[in-house]
Design a protein. Structure first.
Length: 274
C-alpha cells in the first residue's frame, strides 16, 4: 500500500510539483525503508501516531499498515491537497501546519502519542528539542535525521558527538540510534547518510525536580559554548571553581566529559551563586 519511486514521480509530475530545497524535502521512494521505519517505531492498533513532514504519504501509508491511528502534519500547502488524496481514504487525518509553531494541544489533545517522522535536516534539532520541552503528550519518537544529527541526539558523555542537545535529550528521554539509511532511498538523493533514532521519554526527568530546567540548560549551553576550555574558564560568570568542585566535578574537566546527572548537580550549586 506504500508508494514506490515511480508512484512519487508520477504524483509530482501530475501536479506540477518539485521537492522544495528550502523546506529540506527528500521523499523516501523505497517501500522497504518506510516499512522498516514503521516496524522500528513499534506502533500498532490502539496507538496514536503523529507524523511530521508527511510529504506525499509514503511513510504515512506504512504507518497505516500497522493499524495505528495516524495524523499527518505537512507545512507545504502545495503538497497538502495531494497528500490528502493519497492518505485520507485510509483514515488518516491531515493537518496543514508548521511543526515548529503548531498548536500541539489543539492537534493532540491530552492523550499519549508516538511521533514517527522523516525530519528535514534543517529543522530536526530544534524540533526535537521543542517537542521534548513543550509537548509531553508525545512520549516516544522514531525520527529519521541526518546521521550526524542522530549521533548528537543519542550521544552520551565522552562521545565525540556529545553536546548541548545531547544533554537536553538525556534530561527528558533515553535515546539510541537504531539504524542507518543510505541516500539512495530518497528523491532527490541527499549527499549525506541518515540515521534512525528512537527516543523514549522518561517518566521523570533525569535531574531532580528542584533544579529549574531553564537554568540547567543555560548552564549547559555556557559550558559547551567554549567546549575546548576547562569548565573553570568556560563557566566564568556562571559558576565558580569552588561550586564546580562542590558538584563533584573537577574544574579542569571539559563540557563533553560531564553527564546529565553531573550537570544537574552543577546547576544546583551554581544557582546558589550570589
Amino acid at each position: 500500500m506504500t508508494l514506490s519511486g515511480r508512484d512519487i514521480s508520477e504524483l509530482l509530475a501530475a501536479h506540477g510539483l518539485h521537492p522544495s530545497r528550502a523546506l529540506g524535502q527528500n521523499f523516501v521512494v523505497d517501500p522497504n525503508t518506510v516499512r522498516r521505519v514503521a516496524r522500528l517505531a513499534e506502533v500498532g492498533p490502539g496507538d496514536r501516531v503523529v507524523e511530521i513532514g508527511a510529504g506525499l504519504g509514503s511513510l504515512t501509508l506504512a504507518l497505516v499498515e500497522t493499524g495505528a491511528d495516524v495524523t499527518a502534519i505537512e507545512v507545504d500547502r502545495g503538497l497538502v491537497p495531494v497528500l490528502r488524496s493519497v492518505v485520507e481514504p485510509h483514515g488518516v487525518r491531515v493537518v496543514e501546519a508548521d511543526a515548529l509553531t503548531a498548536d500541539w494541544q489543539d492537534i493532540l489533545g491530552d492523550d499519549p502519542w508516538a511521533l514517527v517522522a522523516n525530519l528535514p535536516y534543517n529543522v530536526a534539532t530544534p524540533l526535537v528539542a521543542n517537542l521534548l520541552d513543550g509537548v509531553p503528550q508525545i512520549n516516544r519518537m522514531l525520527v529519521m535525521v541526518q546521521r550526524e544529527v542522530g549521533e548528537r541526539l543519542a550521544a552520551k558523555a565522552g562521545d565525540d558527538a556529545y553536546g548541548a542537545i545531547s544533554v537536553k535529550v538525556g534530561y527528558w528521554a533515553r535515546a539510541e540510534v537504531v539504524g542507518r539509511v543510505p541516500p539512495t532511498v530518497f528523491f532527490p538523493k541527499p549527499k549525506v547518510e541518515s540515521a534512525l533514532v528512537r527516543i523514549v521519554r522518561r517518566e521523570t526527568p533525569a535531574v531532580a525536580t528542584d533544579v529549574d530546567p531553564a537554568w540547567l540548560f543555560s548552564v549547559v549551553r555556557a559550558g559547551f559554548a567554549h567546549r575546548r576550555k576547562m569548565l573553570r574558564g568556560a563557566l566564568q560568570g556562571v559558576a565558580t571553581a569552588e561550586q564546580i568542585e562542590a558538584a563533584g566535578i573537577a574544574p579542569t574537566a571539559r563540557a563533553e566529559e560531564i553527564d546529565i546527572e553531573a550537570w544537574g548537580r552543577l546547576a544546583r550549586e551554581a544557582a546558589s551563586r550570589e
